[in-house]
Each structure stands twice: as structure tokens, then as C-alpha cells.
Design a protein around this ligand. Structure first.
Ligand SMILES: C[S@@+](CC[C@H](N)C(=O)[O-])C[C@H]1O[C@@H](n2cnc3c(N)ncnc32)[C@H](O)[C@@H]1O
Length: 330
């Protein structure tokens, strides 16, 4: 296969073909049935130049040069911090609003990062109730971490899901960063997700509302204290509904879901400090890295911070976030 892929144009291209061949082989060796069911082999091979261009150009703020490392570390210090939101998304991605799946149920996560949604799912659900995940991301750095964790990982842009067959997935999720897709490309991404869904498959698009606390947090705080700027337009209800309708979905609905950050620690002070540290890492807020109290004040100001003493003896610190989710059926 490598010989077939190594067509011309120099070392970098042939290195990238080698990476593509390795990715492809990894998926077939580790997930033979899933790879067989979802991968569009001829397309992948004929589009090796697209893969090359992505490997060359996929440096975004989630790369090593940006806040990628901090983002990954935030997940390591608080793995379950966003579990409540993920549970809501999983229910919306299911045919019935439950957390009961099986491995034949295939969910595409089109902004997967290191595979956070799969990681939470695998932590919360017994093996017999877990779906299978296709983790797809535009960042080579995130793709590599996801693959190194042993997940089904694909490097591609959400607006061009050429690795995936039409009508092959049971559900597709855009979440935790849909605003990173340029506004002009969102319709194409929405349609691509619909293309790869089976008839009856579930389409779920999550983000935060323009003008809401999260959008203001990004605009004021991440832009001021962050390692990388964050000037992406968020979503209006009309934009989300328009994307779903243009993608040809039925039963389209819009919901607000509770999507808080929740952490636990042995004392109130530790819980607050953990929450602040999580947020500093998650958003790469290098300008606040030693400013735990100031970060807590800012969180209080933008979202409100609740601290509860749990019956287990631990303390729970929580900030409320309400996400906007549009969902529909193909
Ligand atoms: C905030 S991270 C979320 C990662 C993961 N879903 C999580 O919840 O931890 C957003 C991810 O979207 C990816 N991304 C941004 N634009 C993309 C695009 N056009 N296509 C695919 N992935 C994209 C980034 O590389 C990044 O990994």
C-alpha cells in the first residue's frame, strides 16, 4: 500500500503518505470491523494529498505551539469535570434518550480532540452499554494523542469528512469547540455530518450562545489572559436551526442543556483551587497562572461559583454553564 501511496513530490509528501498508511493500518489492525464499516478506502487513498496538506497545515491553537498541552493537562487533573454535559449529549445522540448503547452503535465525534467524550463514556458506562467512537479532529497533535491512547482516530477537517463512508454512522456530534469552525464553513460541516449518518441517525451540534456568559468569558478573559486569542463567533439559535435545516434533517429541536464544570476535593479551599487551576489550564490562561483568587473572583463574576459539602465528606465546587444544542434526525 505504501508503494501505491508514494507517488511523487518529495520527501515531505512521502513522509505524510507513510503517516497516512500507518494510520490506516492502525485502524484496520485494531478495529477491523469498525474500519470495514466506516472507512471509505478508495477515497482515502485518492485523497492522500489532502492528508498531506492537513499534516502540513494543521497547526491551530490546540497544537503544541498553542494551548494544546495545557488543554490535555486540564483533562488529566479533572477527568470528569464536564461529565454532566457529556451525558446530555450522549442521550441526544441516542435514538431514545438513554445511556444504553452497544458496540454496533457508531458515534462520530467530529471535534474529538484527544477523545474526551469517548473517555468519559468509557468511564461512566459498563462495556456492554458503550457505543463505538470515531474520533475525528483537524489537529495533527490532538489526532496523535488520541491515537496513542488506543482510540479510533482520524485526521480530517469537519467540513470534509472524506475518510468516512456515506450512511455509515448512527450519530454525529459537534461539541466543545464548534465555534472554531469558521462561520463560512459551518454549513458544509453540518452537511458532511448528515452525509455520513445512516438514515435515522442522530445529528447533534453543541456550542454556547452568542452574547452569553461563555462567549463573554472568551471575549474578555481568554483574549486578555490567554496564551492564544479566541475571537471566534459563537452561535445564535437561528444559525443552529438554519444549519440543521440546510443539512436536510427532520425532527429538528433546540435545547439548552446544563453543562457545568464540577470538581471535588477534600476541603472547600482545595475544591476552589482545583476549579481555578482547571480553568486556567483549559483556556491556556497563562496571565492568571499564579492568580488563583483572582480566577475564582472572575468565575464568580461571569458564572457564579457554588460550593457544597457532600455527604461523602468531600467538597464540590461548580460553575453553571448552559449550552445550546441543536439536534435532529437524518
Ligand atoms: C475545545 S477542543 C475540544 C476537544 C474535545 N472534544 C474535548 O471536549 O475535550 C476543540 C477541538 O476542535 C478541533 N477543531 C477545530 N476546528 C476543527 C475543524 N474545522 N475540524 C475538525 N476539528 C476541529 C481542535 O483541533 C480541537 O481539538
Amino acid at each position: 500500500m505504501l508503494q501505491f501511496l508514494q507517488i511523487e513530490v518529495g520527501q515531505e509528501y512521502s513522509d505524510s503518505c507513510y503517516t497516512l498508511a500507518k494510520s490506516f493500518t492502525y485502524l484496520y489492525e485494531n478495529f477491523p470491523q469498525l474500519a470495514h464499516d466506516v472507512l471509505e478506502i478508495e477515497n482515502i487513498l485518492s485523497r492522500s494529498y489532502s492528508f498531506f496538506k492537513l499534516v502540513q497545515n494543521s497547526v491551530n491553537e490546540f497544537s503544541e505551539e498553542g494551548r494544546g498541552d495545557d488543554y490535555i493537562n486540564s483533562i488529566k487533573i479533572c477527568p470528569l469535570v464536564r461529565q454532566e454535559g457529556v451525558i446530555e449529549l450522549l442521550k441526544l445522540a441516542n435514538l431514545e434518550p438513554t445511556l444504553s448503547f452497544n458496540s454496533d452503535y457508531i458515534i462520530g465525534d467530529f471535534l474529538a480532540g484527544d477523545g474526551y467524550i469517548e473517555q468519559i463514556t468509557n468511564t461512566l458506562l459498563p462495556e456492554s452499554k458503550r457505543p463505538s467512537f470515531i474520533n475525528s479532529d483537524i489537529s495533527h497533535y490532538m489526532f496523535q494523542i488520541c491515537k496513542d491512547a488506543g482510540r479510533f482516530a482520524v485526521l480530517q477537517d469537519a467540513k470534509d469528512l472524506y475518510w468516512l463512508r456515506s450512511d455509515s454512522l448512527d450519530a454525529g456530534i459537534f461539541a466543545y469547540g464548534t465555534h472554531h469552525i469558521p462561520q463560512i464553513e459551518r454549513s458544509q460541516a453540518a452537511k458532511e455530518a448528515a452525509r455520513v449518518l445512516k438514515i435515522g441517525g442522530r445529528w447533534v451540534l453543541h456550542d454556547f450562545e452568542e452574547g452569553g456568559p461563555m462567549a463573554r468569558w472568551f471575549r474578555d478573559i481568554v483574549n486578555t489572559f490567554g496564551k492564544t486569542r479566541h475571537d471566534y463567533p459563537h452561535f445564535t439559535c437561528e444559525e443552529m436551526l438554519g444549519l440543521a435545516m440546510d443539512a436536510g434533517l427532520r425532527d429538528v429541536k433546540l435545547d439548552y442543556i446544563s453543562d457545568p464544570f464540577v470538581v471535588q476535593a477534600a476541603t472547600e479551599a482545595e475544591a476552589l483551587s482545583l476549579l481555578a487551576n482547571y480553568v486556567i489550564k483549559m483556556y491556556g490562561l497563562t496571565g492568571l497562572s499564579k492568580e488563583i483568587n483572582k480566577t475564582i473572583e472572575l468565575l464568580e463574576q461571569y458564572f457564579g461559583v457554588d460550593v457544597h459539602h457532600l455527604t461523602t465528606g468531600n467538597y464540590e465546587a461548580k460553575i453553571t454553564r448552559n449550552a445550546l444544542v441543536c439536534h435532529g434526525t437524518k
